[in-house]
Design a protein around this ligand. Sequence first.
Ligand SMILES: [Zn+2]
Ligand SMILES: [Zn+2]
Length: 256
Amino acid sequence: MKIRLVPSAVSPGGGGRGTFLSSYVIDDEVAIDAGGLGLLGDLKDQYRIHDIFLSHSHMDHIASLPIFLETVFQSSDRCVTLHAGAATLKSLREDVFNDRVWPDFIGMSEKGFPFVKVDVLEPGRMVEVAGLRMTPIAVDHVVPTLGFLVEAPGAAVAIPSDTGPTDNFWKAASTAPNLKAVFLETSFPNAMHELAVVSKHLTPSMFAAEARKLDRAVPFVAVHIKPRFYDTVVAELRILPVIDLHVGQPGLTYEF
Ligand SMILES: [Zn+2]
Ligand SMILES: [Zn+2]
C-alpha cells in the first residue's frame, strides 16, 4: 500500500514544514480528504483519483475539493465518488456547493452533469474500493468526524484525522491484524494544551497518551502540524517516549 502525503505549500522548501491543508492519496487512486488534492500540479495525478473519503467539513480538509471536481470532470468515463458522513455532506451542500461559493455540483450531477456521486458513510460500515477496505470510525472533534482504517491485503494503516483524545478509534485499530502505521495529528505545542482541548486536537504529550492506547507498537507518523508551531512541536515530539515516531514529510510517499 502506498500513502502519499499531499503537500500544500507552493514555494520551494515550503513543503517540508507542516501542512496548511490535509490530504492523502492511497495507491494513486483513492484519497482521504481534499485539502490540497486539487492543487496537485500534475493533472494526471488528479485524473487517476476516483474515490474521495472525507473525514469532516473543516476547510483544511475540503479546501480544494471544488477545484478538483471541476478539473477532473469528464477526464475519464468514471465519475468521482465522494464518501462522507451525513453531517459533512450536509455542510458541503449548504456551505460550499450552494451556487454562491461554488456551483451546485452535487445537484447538477443528478441533472445530467456527472461531476460527483455521493455515498453516505456510516461509522463501522466498511466500504470496499480499488482493492482497499475503508472502515470509517467516529472520532472526537468539534464537528462530526470520521477517522479511517485502511486495509489492503497484507497491510493496514490507521488515519484518525482531526481528533482530541478518543478510545473508540484505538479499539477499532487494535483489531487490524496487519497494522503497519498510524498517521496521527499533532496540531499544537504542549504550551497550548487548553486550546487543543477546546478545539479537540492533540499536542505532543496528548499524542503520546493516544499512542499508548493502541494494543501494540507500530510506527506513528505525526501529521497536521501547524506550520506556525512546527519547530516547537517537532522538538517536543522528538523527546516523547514513543518508539518509532516519525514526523510526516509532505510530498513523501510511504510504502507498507
Ligand atoms: Zn478539523
Ligand atoms: Zn484539520
